[in-house]
Design a protein around this ligand. Sequence first.
Ligand SMILES: [Zn+2]
Ligand SMILES: [Zn+2]
Length: 475
Amino acid sequence: MMVATLVASTALGQQPARHQQVLQLVEEHSAHFSATSKTIWDYAELGYHEEKSSSLLRRELEAAGFRVQSTVADEPTAFVATYGQGEPVIGILGEFDALPGLSQAATPDRSPVVANAPGHACGHNLLGSGAALAAVALKEYMERNHVTGTLRYFGTPAEEGGDGKVYMLRAGLFRDVDVVLQWHPASENVVANGGMLAMNSARFLFHGVAAHAAMAPERGRSALDAVMLMGTGIEYLREHVASNSRIHYIITNGGAAPNVVPDTAELYLYARNPSLPVLAEVWNRILKIGQGAALMTETTLDVKDIGGTANVLPNDALAKVAQRNLEEVGGFRYSAEERHFAEQLQKSLPAGGAGDLDSTALIQPLRRPDPNAAAASTDVGDVSWNIPTIGFETATFVPGVVAHTWQAAASAGMSIGQKGMIVAAKALAITGADLFADRQLVLDAKADFQQQLKGRTYVSAIPVGQIPPLNYRDK
Ligand SMILES: [Zn+2]
Ligand SMILES: [Zn+2]
């Protein structure tokens, strides 16, 4: 607590004059974009179906003076909003897709708005709106001060398993971008400098021969048997992969009736590792297990909807600036009402899972994520392998709450989430202003990026030429 306070006051003393102006502009637009985040939270649209959410953000940015290019990269809900011209080109990422089955009212107990409907349990309603708030404030600052450079807001759909950004990268939309800024909702305020797991995903669809399961089983070739054998193979594989790997799957089709030998069955699998090359090796072995299961059962195998995202590369040059700026912005405190909400909500967390409610006021020290720590995956990773990228996480979720839970959806739909969003927007906007003001920062970020790559090349698991899986949520 003492350390964080001390750091914050030192940083305040060195605060560049431009920050004051940018922070003021973010404040002015905060209420408006908090309302935007609530509207998108209400829409709760799934990946590649975010028509209303995407259209709302496009309208906001257009009204603020951005030039908007809609339906880019063969993704109907993807867009790019641009302001200004010339170098440097600074990008800000926005997401707005929800998660299936996590509909939840903004209440501290489990209470779906609509049973089994989607909900914003990853806080992407805040993510897209907070990024737009930062972009609009930064644009006004640039305009008033005749700042040269290009500011781009990337409306990136289907982060949750649809790999929206990968297709936007392939379409060349990031080609001229010098630095990318991003943020993600979380339960603490911290600079996100790299981390996350590289991930591959696919549906393993087996085709067999249907038969009466009692009268003529010998005529049948069971696709379900292949799915079960593939699952068994994966369980044996688990022992012989790097221990920081994650492999998880569900059976999305296991046949229609016990008395019919299933002629189709499907296993949907994700595999993850902090390292792209290690993951590629694990993935090849998973493919072999699928082929082996098909061979054993005399079925055939289609590997469909291959998805893939990279781990996020750190950028220490950008992280230093981001840390200074996040400390300058500082955290926030709950009102009495919010505190009551948070205390109620924490009662639903597992024993020992509740975090310190005062921690929302703190900024965590700059750290490199532990490559062996539990983590998720994001298509921001692919962006970070192509353009110097830095991110923020802010305490939009009640401390102790993890993303992809109803508790996260509840937090994201009320003032607690919005307060965290405003912290992120401020940190993004002043960092953007610094990058426009100081070309050396951009050069340092690029040098650090080259250092991080160290001759490694970015390879996506998604086959070249594959089109965005616009209906991946419909199956
Ligand atoms: Zn998520
Ligand atoms: Zn997310």
